[in-house]
Design a protein. Structure first.
Length: 400
């Protein structure tokens, strides 16, 4: 029987290196494919050429494992579909998640197309998540499950994948824990065995965000206001959302961000552009002299205002309800999609590495409302919320 062919995205990191080894051990014909997605170093903190180092390491791993190695330049697609989207979102005063976009638009779309051109049956990555295929009513359904390593589970980054994308996807290290991945790489004497995990924006790296964003977004001097924790702004009756069948109007009202205005605060300094800041951010204001650290609790890009609160427990950082607009709701599994009027108790997550939170989803005409049991810190427009049935990720959406 002919071996199934798998193209693995070799990134030059330890995870994809070991994933390639595991696939080979499982009897697949493995091809390594390195993606060159970004080569502009504006705002990148290591301003040498990180992708060249990564490519060198990926090639060394392929040689060691005795698998063919190719490089593909997807930087035009990456700029159009990920970076331009990122700039546009920041300009609107929202905080995007480029890593989620990168998986949906690049790794499991244009990269997958390139892999299929090489004759691949499957595309593999070094993500810490698992896929399980079951048959329901005679039809194959692909389940996206959390990785076995609770500390490294990366299913959240894949929350926008479709059944068509999952059908061709393999995650060889999803049931291995990180220390074991390092041990295997060390035993195989791979060049990536002790390499640090990549950080920052997918394929761009760690960036000085304001400098990076200034490629497209102009600095604009504006005022910073501090808002007291006892402000009337933060008085909300969350109990209206905690009943079995909350009214649409109550859900909509409670999901709104706090409506900041200079009248609720006092000016404490200046900033260089509201679009460079995000809710929950601590660094970057450079305003001192307060007994506790200052955190960003709100921005207004239209009037170029930034609002801060003192202390990490400031009520302006917390909300219990968020909304996803109808056209932003995505189901990984169509058979799990909720109908208007339906409510479900599920596990929820609003950022990577956040422990799963308990809450209820209410599907309404005017959107999907997530009502959390506990107040959530830093709910931010533009980020992705995802929902899980036990440890299976079944859907997600962009926070409005």
């Amino acid at each position: 029987m002919q071996k199934k062919k798998v193209v693995i995205g070799l990134s030059g990191g330890v995870d994809s290196s070991v994933a390639a080894y595991v696939l080979k051990e499982q009897g697949y014909e493995v091809i390594g494919l390195f993606m060159k997605n970004w080569h502009d170093t504006t705002g990148v903190l290591k301003a040498d050429c990180p992708w060249l180092d990564d490519q060198f390491d990926a090639k060394a791993v392929a040689m060691k494992l005795d698998i063919p190695f190719h490089t593909v330049d997807l930087s035009d697609f990456y700029r159009q579909r990920v970076v331009d989207y990122m700039f546009a979102e920041y300009e609107r005063g929202r905080t995007p998640n480029p890593d989620v976009l990168c998986n949906r638009e690049i790794k499991f779309d244009v990269f997958m197309d390139k892999a299929l051109e090489l004759g691949a049956d499957y595309v593999a990555t070094g993500h810490y998540c698992r896929k399980e295929t079951v048959v329901i009513d005679g039809k194959e359904v692909h389940r996206l499950l959390a990785g076995s390593d609770d500390n490294k589970d990366q299913s959240y980054f894949l929350c926008q994948l479709s059944q068509q994308q999952l059908a061709k996807a393999l995650f060889p290290i999803g049931d291995i824990v990180k220390p074991e991945v390092r041990r295997i790489a060390n035993e195989l004497n791979l060049v990536t065995a002790h390499k640090k995990d990549s950080q920052g924006i997918c394929f761009v790296g760690k960036v000085d965000l304001p400098v990076f964003l200034q490629q497209k977004l102009e600095p604009k001097k504006g005022r910073v206001f501090i808002v007291d924790k006892d402000s009337e702004l933060f008085v909300r009756d969350w109990s209206k959302a905690e009943v079995e069948n909350p009214a649409d109007a109550d859900l909509e009202e409670l999901s709104m961000p706090y409506m900041f205005h200079p009248k609720y605060g006092k000016k404490i300094g200046d900033h260089n552009g509201a679009h460079f800041y995000t809710i929950g951010q601590r660094k970057g204001l450079n305003i001192g002299g307060f007994p506790e650290p200052l955190f960003i609790i709100g921005t207004n890009v239209e009037y170029n205002q930034v609002y801060a609160g003192m202390g990490k427990q400031h009520p302006g950082l917390f909300r219990k309800v968020l909304r996803i607009m109808p056209d932003e709701i995505h189901w990984v599994r169509d058979d799990q999609a909720m109908k208007v009027g339906e409510s479900r108790r599920l596990n929820l997550r609003i950022r990577y590495r956040q422990p799963l939170q308990k809450g209820v989803l209410h599907c309404r005409e005017n959107g999907m409302f997530l009502v959390f049991d506990e107040p959530q810190r830093g709910i931010t427009a533009g980020q992705f919320a995802s929902w899980y049935d036990d440890d299976e990720l079944i859907g997600s959406g962009v926070i409005s």
